[in-house]
Design a protein around this ligand. Structure first.
Ligand code: SF4
Length: 381
């Protein structure tokens, strides 16, 4: 059966869709594609007695295949895609003197928060869909085209760190040609239960790789899972777009950490670029109040609703507010980033291929149709 619990703020509606996912997997007419968010791989191990911050990406991919998913893609890939669009939007706004600051739009809890609390500021969030939704849109169009599978028979499933991602997938504007970008969302803990239900011995699994059409990612895509990571990823690409020069040191340490609200000014060529970062909705409110007072204070803002960002999401293994656990998960994401051969989204060869073969121009017409969205003022419930 389905159980639903409604959060008192109305921001989060939790529905366990595990049964729908299992049904789709058992239905031989359905082709089920799963994606996993960056934060999952550094946390799910805790459900199987591993230390916080253990990196279990390869085992996770094997577990998903053993459960019966037909294709396993990586949300880190679509985070790279998000950066292509978001960094281009940022550059467009800077160069053409459009509305500033730009706000990151990958956290649906915060998007809903701004829609209900700051309806006068809806022209500042980036119009980019979040990585999970971009992946869903690409699976039902690009992947469907490449494989010849009718999108009507494709079911897209996301493993996400939070319940807000479930509500996001149900937003009516996040669909294309009558197909929802993402059909079902399960949390990290729900996937853990599924792995147990199938009797999979997680700890002893072999490691395997994502499916390659949309499985290859850069370090920039990985750090989307932590506070500060999205804006650092965006800056790595925006720098090169704005200056035409190669960025040699990709580590923007001044954007990292776990302080609730922080800001840093970095140089993008001859421009000073001031960035504000907040995690936790109380901090987000304070930052947005600053923006309301003075829209010129920041050039870009990153907000994530959860402590530490998605690594501390409500669908993750319980951390009971233990900042040591959050810190370990954060370190693990930066560790993955550091060890990736490519650390800038625009250098991801599969991303370059997708634009060449399918999307056309970055931030162009087709990209807008599939990868961008709109915001609506909403009543508080
Ligand atoms: Fe979900 Fe929290 Fe990440 Fe926002 S910060 S997307 S609410 S896990």
């Amino acid at each position: 059966g389905q159980c639903a619990a409604v959060c008192p703020t109305g921001a989060i509606v939790e529905v366990d869709e595990t049964h729908e996912v299992l049904k789709a997997i058992r239905d031989e007419n359905k082709h089920v594609v799963v994606q996993i968010a960056p934060a999952i791989r550094v946390a799910i191990g805790e459900l199987f007695n591993k230390a916080p911050g253990s990196i279990t990406t390869g085992k996770l991919v094997t577990a998903l295949r053993d459960i019966g998913f037909d294709t396993v893609f990586d949300t880190d890939f679509s985070a790279d895609l998000t950066i292509m669009e978001e960094a281009s939007e940022l550059v467009d706004r800077v160069v053409n003197n459009k509305t500033m600051p730009i706000l990151t739009s990958c956290c649906p809890a915060w998007v809903r928060f701004i829609e209900t609390n700051f309806p006068n500021l809806l022209d500042i969030p980036s119009s980019c869909k979040s990585p999970q939704i971009m992946m869903g849109a690409m699976v039902k169009t690009y992947y469907a085209k490449q494989t010849g599978i009718n999108p009507a028979n494709i079911v897209t499933v996301s493993v996400m760190p939070c319940t807000a991602k479930k509500a996001e997938a149900r937003r009516s504007e996040l669909s294309n040609d009558g197909f929802r970008d993402v059909d079902y969302v399960i949390s990290t803990r729900e996937l853990g239960q599924m792995i147990r239900y199938y009797g999979i011995d997680f700890d002893n699994l072999e490691e395997s790789e994502f499916d390659n059409l949309m499985g290859e990612s850069t370090g920039a895509g990985t750090i989307f899972g932590t506070t500060g990571g999205v804006i650092e990823a965006a800056v790595r690409t925006a720098y090169e777009l704005l200056t035409g020069k190669e960025l040699e040191n990709v580590d923007f340490k001044e954007l990292r950490g776990l302080k609730g609200i922080r800001s840093a000014t970095i140089k993008l060529g001859n421009r000073d670029f001031t960035i504000g970062i907040a995690h936790g909705l109380g901090n987000a409110r304070k930052l947005l109040e600053e923006v309301e007072e003075d829209q010129n204070k920041y050039d870009a803002i990153e907000i994530m609703a959860c402590p530490g960002g998605c690594i501390g999401g409500a669908g993750q293994p319980y951390h009971h507010g233990n900042s040591e656990i959050i810190k370990r998960r954060q370190e693990a994401l930066y560790e993955i980033d550091k060890n990736k051969p490519i650390r800038k989204s625009h250098e991801n060869p599969m991303i370059q291929k997708i634009y060449k073969d399918f999307l056309g121009e970055v931030y162009g017409a087709k990209a807008h149709e599939l990868l961008h969205t709109t915001y609506t003022p909403r009543e508080k419930i």
